[in-house]
Design a protein around this ligand. Structure first.
Ligand code: PLP
Length: 395
């Protein structure tokens, strides 16, 4: 018999994918323009012009063989150095190339990091709502994901609840800010509170690693600050991706940054390299490694996300929806108009609105609206949101 856990994982689609497939079918039936598809988190703005320009330069000016050749398993040295220098410059830190491991996006950064840190039965605490793949990644690394609810209404970390969830098996806390699916940016105060708890554990002899999943770092509105965890806690690892900041999700490029201030940084980095090797995640896409070194610090024009957010938030509030105003990412968390968010999302389909029930994100009573879509679609969808709200008033 082959591995049944893998068979199961490969046979069951995620709720998001299921909805996306439904949307494709529905668009074929009634026309693309009549379906308001808010299911996926696929960037809707192009990569910056510099990405295209630099890619052309690399392809036309570089060595035609080397440009597609293998790099070192952990990534090209000059690329890793450029990433380390960029982090140092922006966050006043002291990383070297040997603290950086280039990856195929945040998904790979996370699986490698979890496999590097966890022994069988170790626990990883995360804050709900959370990206559903965390459970898959953690369990595949032999661990157990423990979800602690965020604060009601704000979805900021509940520090007391996290403290209460720590056991002798806790190996890591995994956070994601700006958050998918809530769009919430964790405050400096919340990060400090969390790090204080982790430091107390360290003083009692238990090292708990803080992993920060950061595909949305640059996607913030109104100059909101996203605290950089290495400035708050030594035993920290950043899992970064360029998928959203540069609108390059299909190119699979990101990195892991291990905080050099942690006592066993060299050992943790060796474990990252070992896990990358064991998982077959060596030599991240060579062309895109080279590109990254040239475009660090640039990001897609996210003004359309900000416009979409403002239109949606004010319209939905005026129709009577309760929303969590997002400071970042491109997701809006909306309280469902009945306790069961699955039933609410199902009912929304009658109005051709494709909203993701938040149950798979570990939270009851909310849906996620991915507003990385055209502003035109947002505007056309508003009557449907109103009709959906009105249908509950009529009950
Ligand atoms: N983490 C979060 C919170 C995400 O939302 C996503 C993708 O949507 C990922 C990780 C995976 O990102 P990547 O495409 O870089 O693998």
């Amino acid at each position: 018999m082959i591995n049944q856990k893998s068979v199961q994982l490969g046979s069951v689609r995620s709720v998001i994918r299921e909805l996306f497939e439904y949307g494709k079918k529905r668009k074929a039936e009634i026309g693309e323009e009549n379906v308001f598809d808010f299911s996926l988190g696929n960037p809707s703005v192009p990569a910056p012009r510099s990405v295209q320009n630099e890619l052309i330069k690399i392809l036309t000016e570089g060595d035609p063989v080397l440009v597609h050749g293998y790099t070192s398993a952990q990534g090209d040295f000059s690329v890793r150095k450029a990433v380390a220098d960029y982090i140092n410059e922006n966050f006043s830190l002291n990383l070297s190339a040997d603290n950086i491991y280039m990856t195929c996006g945040a998904a790979a950064s996370l699986t490698i990091t979890l496999n590097a840190l966890l022994n069988s039965g170790d626990e990883v605490i995360t804050i709900a709502p959370y990206f559903p793949e965390y459970k898959v990644f953690t369990e595949h690394a032999g661990g157990k994901l423990i979800a602690v609810q965020g604060m009601a209404g704000t979805f900021q970390p509940d520090i007391a609840a996290i403290k209460a969830a720590i056991t002798p098996r806790t190996k890591a806390v995994l956070i994601n800010s700006p958050n998918n699916p809530s769009g919430v940016v964790y405050t400096k105060q919340a990060v400090e509170g969390l790090c204080k708890v982790l430091r107390e554990c360290k003083e009692r002899g238990q090292t708990i690693y803080l992993i920060s999943d950061e595909p949305y770092r640059e996607l913030v509105f109104g100059g909101v600050e996203v605290p950089y965890i290495m400035n708050y806690y030594e035993d920290s690892i950043v899992c970064y991706s360029f998928s959203k900041s540069l609108s390059l999700p299909g190119e699979r490029i990101g990195y892991i940054a291990v905080n050099p201030a942690m006592q066993n940084a060299a050992e943790v980095y060796a474990a990252v390299c070992g896990a990358g090797r064991a998982l077959g995640y060596v030599c991240a896409p060579s062309l895109f490694q080279k590109l990254i070194a040239r475009v660090l610090g640039t990001a897609s024009d996210i003004s359309v996300y900000s416009t979409n957010r403002d239109i949606l938030v004010s319209a939905l509030q005026s129709y009577g929806y309760e929303v969590v105003k997002p400071d970042g990412a491109f997701y809006l968390f909306v309280k469902s108009l009945e306790p069961d968010s699955d039933a609410f999302a199902e009912r929304a389909k009658n109005y051709e609105l494709l909203l993701v029930s938040a149950k798979s994100f570990g939270v009851e009573g909310y849906v996620r609206v991915s507003y990385c879509v055209s502003t035109d679609m947002i505007k056309r969808s508003l009557p449907a949101f109103k009709a959906l709200a009105d249908s509950y008033k009529a009950l």
